[in-house]
Structures are given as structure tokens and as C-alpha cells.
Ligand binder design. Structure first.
Ligand code: MSP
Length: 680
């Protein structure tokens, strides 16, 4: 029997998952479902990447041990995958892989041991001990060369990461094991050239090839245990911890039994390897360069292919980031949208390989037009008419429908070809061309008029049969992308076999059984009230859960918690104490980010004084500077000036502070109030 193995990246356990993570799972889940539908024995892996300094730091920041931190994120992940129907129980992943699993330790150690014994194509030891001197970005878990960081302003300053804006890099200067990547350049180029589909899409393959052609540096693959202790020890040298990417990439083979007999028996390395790795373009180098080189060195077969998708950006084309406050949280998606709508939008809107824009409004619009008015409307009106005019039974159709059957079969073939090429958006377009065609047929045939004339019964039956048979095809085609909706549609159509069991390639026109009773007709894609939903989302946005990532807080927060005495009981103040604080109404004249301080904004505030005040506020992660201009705020006007990051702050803006992270919400007024007015 044919087998297939597909993997998502495993997600860092330092923070809670968001849209980017959900997207890769939706893509792989769809791929796995179509393979299964087509009768291929498929294994689908997702999971978490739980080791390394970044998880260690996040744990510390959240007051947890690294294991507790990982468990916490995994619990959340599993809850989300269940709620979005991506877990095993709902026909989704086969394994939620965790790099803290004991069998993984064994497998990673085995891979290391094999590589240690190997000579490179140039006859050198594949792993050797040396000294590493350079910069490391903890959130990227990657060493950074000079062209990959922002140089510091002063010679003794610290560079910052280009990817994780404003994250200071760690200086590493210590003994390290190196993987002799430099010796694998030619072998890798041979692979890219002889297997043009190894890295996809083509634009990414070209990028990878030019990176390798530029010459590869040897790769530091361990840290001293004294610097990074949360990880897998290097076999036979426990003073070293393995580089987290060596550990993480290896999950793809340990999950199916590499290096562990028991696991191998249960799943089967030989049975499923090699895998198709689906990754974001940001982590392509690790998958398309480092990983194949490790495998070559260990004498393990290379992956089937590595395909890289683009990034989700916000509606204005900006990167989704906590700093800008524009990330898409899973809680919000789950609360306001069905998984059908989310899956459809993600697969339809992003041209696979390119960046896509995600906005709630666009999601609502697409869902309402393509799902509620498109497929949903076609199915409900077809089934309602069958209910009304045919006694809830599929009417007999015409045996021979070459034109329509040909059209639908061509659309099916296009769907499958596009899907195979991971062009999900085009696959969906092919399916929707069928909807448009049948909609037109119904509008032109007017079954509601045919039903008034018993002599037209034959034509009426033929029209409704065509529509119902097309719905059956659509239901089978769309199962992999929208499993829940497809199952519901199948039930309403009264199909004997569920769509997950039907290979779309085997569909034959006319196999919908006449006389079969349809099920209860219910809307599959309810229309979303845009105004209501948007206002609910906007109101609930600040309540989205946040989870501290590993970067330590360096700037002071804008606000201070309620004062409490040593026993934690709030202490009272006299009115005179309060009167000491000169609170004034101000208006923001300008706002800008402070270089190299990711939490600070530099505000110029008009307090109706001779000069505007310059005030620094630790709110940059929650407020975009441009949006603050013109806003009324409350300022502590008699706070002793102090210098922060080289700027004098002449006061403090007042904000509520809530949640674990102390998220600030600026105090403001709903009525007009002049600048400089005093709060009493
Ligand atoms: N732990 C590594 C992967 C190790 S695999 C052996 C990692 N984890 S991650 O949590 O940072 O990212 C996981 C995946 O989410 C990546 O493929 C990344 O591209 C994807 N996304 C994160 N943000 C994204 C968007 N805004 N849009 C689309 N996908 C994005 O990297």
C-alpha cells in the first residue's frame, strides 16, 4: 500500500499559538485528508519544539520551570487543535510530537552518534570540537552573521536581530561542537539540481541555491551546559547541550521510529519516511540546507520535498507582531468564526508560496460571499426544492448528461492537479466554477415555475438531480479543505457513504442514488453579521490571552500597580496625599518609537503650557504611534523629570494596567475637555 508522510514545523513552546501556526496546520491537515481520501496510508505530524534558551527564558519570565512552560503551551495547543477539529479524534494529526519525549532523546542521540562517526565528502570528521565566537538570536535560535543584524550605534553596544525587531543578540564565546556544513555545499547543490521539486516553490529553490553557492560556514551545534541547560545533552559529553535546531529537526524521524525500536514498531520509519515538510519561508534554510546535510552525513534518506509558504501580514501589509499589537489570536478566531470559514479563507486567500493579508473584515466578506451566498445558498435552495417538490427524495435524473458531466469532471481534474501543486487557491477556484455553473442553470431553468406544471415534472426532476449530483461532487472535492462542512452537506444530501471515504478521482456522474431520502436542511454556512462581529472583536481584542516570550523586559512600565503594604493589604491615603499629584489633561501632538527600546514611545503632549511636554511611555507594544496623535490623555504633570534611554521624560501618562503582562490601556475622556484642565 502506498504511504505518505506530511509534517508541519514543530512550534516553539515559549508562547501561545497564533494564526501563523494555525495556517501551517490547516495546510498539512488538508494535504493529509486528501491523501487519505485517495486511499493512501498517511501519517501527519505536528507538535512542539520545547528546548533551548528561548523556552528557558520564557519559563523564567512566567515563573515556571521549562517543563511546566512547555506543558502549559502544549495544553493550550491541544485544546485549540481539538476546537478547530485538527486533532486525531477529528481525523487530523496522527502525532502531536514533543521534543521532550524520551524516545526523541534516544533518536536524536543516535543521529548525533552516526554523524560523529562519519567523514564528510571531503574526508574530514563531520563533527569536530572548536570555539564559537559570535552573536546568537534567542527567538530565532540562530547564529547571526554581520549582514543578519543591525549594528549597534556605539562600538561597545549590542547588535539587534533584523527579524525580531529590537531583540538584543546574545554574545557567545565558548567551546562548541561544529558540524562541518562547509564540506556539504556541492552535495547539496547536486540534490537541488537533480531533484528540481526538492525545494518548492521555484523562487525559494533559487534562493536556497544561491545561499549555498555563496559558500557555507560550519555550524555550531552545541552550547555549553552552563550557558544552555534546557536541551538534550551531547552523547558522551554532557557538558554540552545540543543546538536546538539539531534536536528539533530530528523530530521528523524520531516521531516515526528512528533510533527507538518500540516507536518504530508502532509507527514505522521505513514505512513512512521520507516526509513532505511544509514550512514557512522564514525557516526554509534550516529545512532545505541544514537538515538535508545532517541526514546525508548520517546516511539517512533525504526528505521527499520541502515546501515553503509565505507569511500572513495584516490588511496594511505589515508583519504580524506583538509589538504592533496586530497578531491574530486563536481565541478570537474560535470565538467569532467557524472552522469552515477560517480554513476556506486561509486556503483561498493566500497564494501558496506568497505572502497573504489577513483581516477580520476580509474574512467576513469572503465567508458571506463565497460560502453563505455561494455554496451555502446553492445547497440550501437545492435541498429545499427537493424537499418541497420531490417529497424529500432525490429525484430521478437523466442518464446521459455529457456536457455537464464533462464540465464537472474537468473541474474535478483541475482541482486535483492544483491541489497536487499546492495551489490551494486555484483548486478552490476550480470548485467554485462548478457552483457558478449550477447556479446559472437553476436561475435559467426556474424550477419554481416548472413545479407549477405537472407536464414539466421530468424537466424539474432533471434540473434538481443535476444540482444535487453536483453538490455530491463538491462535497467530496471539498472534504479535505472543509471537512466539517463537507460532512454536514453529505448528511443533508442523504449520502450513504461519508465523503472522507470517497476518492475524488473515482467520482462518476450519475452515481447519486435517485429515491434516497435527504436529511434535515440546515444552513451550513450561516451569514456573519459584519457590524456586530467587528464590534465584538474590537471590544474583546484586549482580552486576548497573551503569553510572555523570552525577551526580558528592560523598560519601565507606564503605570504602577495599586500601592499595598508588606502584607498585601491596600493602604489608605489622605486627600492631601492625592492633592500632591498634579494630574492634567493633555493632547498628544506627536508620537514616535524610541530606537532600540521596543516598549517605549516618545510623546510630545500639549498641556496648555508654553512648550509641549516630552513624555516617555512604555506602551509601544500596544499602541501604534500614529494612532495616538490628537488623543486626549491624562498626565502626571509634577513628576520629577528623569532620563530614559537618553531622553528626558517630563511627566507620565496614566493608563490602566491589567493581565499577567500588565497590558496598558490609556485613560482618556469621552467628553470635550480643554488641554491643561486639572483632575481633582
Ligand atoms: N520551532 C521552529 C520550527 C522547528 S521545525 C523543526 C519554529 N517555530 S515557530 O513557532 O516560530 O514557527 C512555526 C511556523 O509558524 C513557521 O513555519 C512559521 O513560518 C510559521 N509562522 C509564524 N508566523 C507566521 C505568519 N505570520 N504567517 C504564516 N506563518 C507563520 O520556527
Amino acid at each position: 500500500m502506498k504511504t505518505f508522510y506530511v509534517t508541519t514545523p514543530i512550534y516553539y513552546a515559549n508562547s501561545l499559538p497564533h494564526l501563523g501556526h494555525l495556517y501551517t496546520m490547516i495546510v498539512c491537515d488538508s494535504i493529509a485528508r486528501l491523501k487519505r481520501q485517495r486511499g493512501v496510508d498517511t501519517y501527519f505530524l505536528t507538535g512542539t519544539d520545547e528546548h533551548g534558551i528561548n523556552i528557558e527564558r520564557a519559563a523564567q519570565k512566567n515563573g515556571r520551570t521549562p517543563q511546566q512552560q512547555a506543558d502549559h503551551v502544549v495544553d493550550y495547543f491541544k485544546r485549540m487543535t481539538r476546537e478547530f477539529g485538527l486533532d486525531t479524534e477529528h481525523g487530523g494529526y496522527d502525532i502531536f510530537m514533543r521534543t521532550t519525549a524520551p524516545f526523541h532523546y534516544e533518536g536524536v542521540s543516535e543521529l548525533w552518534r552516526r554523524i560523529v562517526k562519519t567523514k564528510t565528502p571531503k574526508g574530514n570528521d563531520a563533527i569536530y570540537k572548536g570555539h564559537y565566537e559570535g552573536w546568537f538570536c534567542a527567538p530565532c535560535a540562530a547564529y547571526k552573521t554581520e549582514d543578519e543584524y543591525n549594528k549597534p550605534a556605539t562600538p561597545d553596544g549590542v547588535p539587534t536581530c533584523l527579524v525580531h525587531e529590537n531583540t538584543p543578540l546574545d554574545r557567545v564565546s565558548e567551546e562548541s561542537y561544529f558540524f562541518r556544513l562547509g564540506d556539504y555545499g556541492d552535495a547539496l547543490l547536486d540534490v537541488y539540481e537533480s531533484r528540481p521539486d526538492f525545494v518548492r516553490p521555484e523562487s525559494r529553490r533559487n534562493e536556497v541555491m544561491s545561499f549555498v553557492r555563496g559558500g557555507l560556514q560550519d555550524l555550531s551545534v552545541s552550547r555549553l551546559k552552563t550557558s544552555v541547560s534546557w536541551g538534550i545533552p551531547v552523547p558522551d559529553d554532557p557538558n554540552h547541550t545540543m543546538y536546538v535546531w539539531f534536536d528539533a529537526l530530528t523530530n521528523y524521524i524520531t516521531a516515526i521510529g528512528f533510533g527507538n525500536e518500540e516507536r518504530d514498531r508502532v509507527v514505522g520509519f521505513e514505512k513512512y519516511w521520507p516526509a513532505l515538510h511544509v514550512v514557512g519561508k522564514d525557516i526554509l534554510r534550516f529545512h532545505a540546507v541544514y537538515w538535508p546535510a545532517f541526514l546525508m552525513a548520517a546516511g539517512v534518506e533525504l526528505p521527499r520535498a520541502i515546501v515553503a509558504h509565505g507569511m500572513w501580514l495584516d490588511p496594511n501589509g505589515r508583519k504580524l507582531s506583538k509589538t504592533l499589537g496586530n497578531t491574530i489570536e486563536l481565541e478570537v478566531l474560535h470565538k467569532h468564526f467557524s472552522i469552515n470559514a477560517i480554513r476556506y479563507f486561509c486556503l483561498r486567500e493566500m497564494v501558496f508560496g506568497q505572502d497573504g493579508r489577513f483581516g477580520y473584515e476580509a474574512l467576513i466578506d469572503r465567508s458571506n460571499s463565497d460560502l453563505a451566498s455561494g455554496l451555502g445558498n446553492l445547497s440550501s435552495r437545492t435541498l429545499t426544492m427537493i424537499g418541497n417538490y420531490c417529497d424529500r427524495k432525490i429525484p430521478p435524473g437523466q442518464a446521459d448528461e455529457p456536457e455537464l458531466a464533462g464540465f464537472v469532471a474537468t473541474a474535478r481534474d483541475q482541482f486535483l492537479t492544483h491541489f497536487e501543486n499546492l495551489a490551494f487557491s486555484r483548486a478552490l477556484e476550480a470548485a467554485w466554477s462548478v457552483i457558478a455553473r449550477i447556479d446559472k442553470m437553476i436561475t435559467e431553468a426556474k424550477p419554481w415555475d416548472l413545479a407549477k406544471d405537472e407536464n414539466q415534472r421530468h424537466t424539474l426532476n432533471a434540473v434538481l438531480y443535476r444540482a444535487a449530483e453536483t453538490l455530491r461532487w463538491l462535497c467530496v472535492l471539498l472534504y479535505s479543505m472543509m471537512p466539517e462542512a463537507s460532512m454536514k452537506l453529505a448528511k443533508q444530501l442523504g449520502l450513504a457513504e461519508t465523503p472522507d471515504k470517497i476518492d475524488p478521482a473515482s467520482l462518476k456522474w450519475g452515481e447519486l442514488r435517485a429515491g434516497a431520502a435527504i436529511g434535515d436542511v440546515q444552513p451550513i454556512f450561516p451569514r456573519i453579521d459584519k457590524t456586530k462581529t467587528m464590534s465584538e472583536i474590537n471590544q474583546s481584542a484586549p482580552a486576548q490571552p497573551t503569553e510572555a516570550a523570552g525577551t526580558p523586559a528592560t523598560e519601565p512600565a507606564a503605570t504602577h500597580a495599586t500601592q499595598a503594604d508588606a502584607t498585601g493589604v491596600a493602604t489608605f491615603i489622605e486627600i492631601d496625599d492625592f492633592a500632591k499629584v498634579d494630574l492634567r489633561v493633555g493632547q498628544v501632538l506627536s508620537a514616535e518609537r524610541v530606537p532600540k527600546a521596543d516598549k517605549l514611545l516618545l510623546l510630545k503632549i500639549d498641556l496648555n503650557e508654553e512648550q509641549p511636554r516630552q513624555v516617555l511611555a512604555g506602551i509601544a507594544q500596544y499602541y501604534e504611534p500614529e494612532k495616538l496623535i490628537g488623543r486626549k490623555v491624562v498626565v502626571v504633570a509634577n513628576l520629577k523629570p528623569r532620563k530614559l534611554r537618553g531622553f528626558e521624560s517630563q511627566g507620565m501618562v496614566v493608563a490602566a494596567s491589567y493581565g499577567e503582562e500588565g497590558q496598558p490601556v490609556l485613560a482618556t475622556f469621552t467628553e470635550d475637555v480643554p488641554n491643561g484642565a486639572r483632575l481633582k
